[in-house]
Write a protein that binds this ligand. Structure first.
Ligand code: 5RP
Length: 257
């Protein structure tokens, strides 16, 4: 990894403690006006001071986020299918590396569908993007999306995460599962967890805590933050777990305060 790529990666994962709170608000690229993100700018702006990185689409960035804002961007660059289409997550490239650079992205995110019908297409699209991103020193976050028919267990997440890393990912985003230590141990690049569907706040905090203590470098969380009745409280609580080693009890007190 050359200097530029390392420098960009240091904007995504804080060098001070090797951890990150990524705020994921890229859902609109396949879910449209996702509950909580109807007015994306108004939702996201007060949360940014507690985030290390914002994961977003190019359209949201241009329409909702002030370019003067001080937040590193991980740009969603894969897509092509919708939540109502027949081929959910049969993704390809939806944003060129040149546009990612124009938007001053510190990294890009690309989904792969290991074990699903379209795994080959998504993996070849991903590896082609890795080649382009490498050319310009842009780190790539592989999102190991899970098809409805796949079992979410440590065996599957290990397979998908390890494949992503071996195929060129700089960071792997996956889902927290029982036995997550094995997923992290077998993955040679930093791992972050997605939040998934909205959970009761204490459960979401417990998941973040367990992931960090199993070796994840952080979270890339969306719905469990912006669909909470207190999104700022959730951001502060997640920040406390990731960067201040707070317990779930302490973090929940932060959320409530
Ligand atoms: C979709 C994504 C989303 O950014 C991701 O799912 C994170 O958000 P959430 O915490 O709501 O699951 O990568 O593929």
């Amino acid at each position: 990894m050359d200097w530029g790529q390392r420098n960009r990666l240091s904007k995504i994962i804080r060098p001070k403690d090797g951890r990150t709170v990524m705020l994921a608000v890229d859902h609109g690229y396949f879910m449209g006006p996702t509950s909580g993100l109807e007015q994306l700018g108004a939702m996201v702006t007060p949360l940014l001071r507690y985030a290390d990185t914002l994961m977003v689409t190019r359209g949201s960035l241009r329409h909702y986020i002030d370019p003067d804002v001080d937040i590193p961007i991980v740009l969603r660059v894969s897509g092509g299918t919708s939540i109502i289409g027949k081929e959910l997550l049969h993704e390809g490239t939806v944003c060129s590396i040149e546009d990612a650079i124009r938007l001053n992205a510190s990294g890009v995110a690309y989904s792969i569908m290991v074990g699903a019908e379209f795994e080959r297409d998504t993996i070849l699209g991903f590896t082609q993007y890795v080649d382009e991103a490498q050319r310009y020193g842009i780190p790539v976050v592989a999102v190991t999306a899970v098809g409805k028919e796949m079992v979410r267990d440590a065996r599957y997440m290990s397979l998908a995460s390890r494949m992503a890393a071996e195929l060129g990912a700089d960071v792997v985003k996956t889902y927290f599962v029982k036995g997550f230590e094995n997923v992290v141990e077998c993955c040679p690049v930093p791992v972050v967890i997605a939040g998934g569907k909205k959970l009761p706040e204490q459960e979401a905090l417990q998941m973040a805590y367990d992931a960090i203590h199993a070796g994840a470098v952080g979270v890339d969380m969306g719905r469990n933050i912006f669909q909470s009745p207190n999104p700022v409280g959730m951001m502060k609580a997640i920040h406390a777990i990731v960067h201040k080693n707070a317990t779930v009890k302490e973090a929940f007190a932060v959320f409530q305060s």
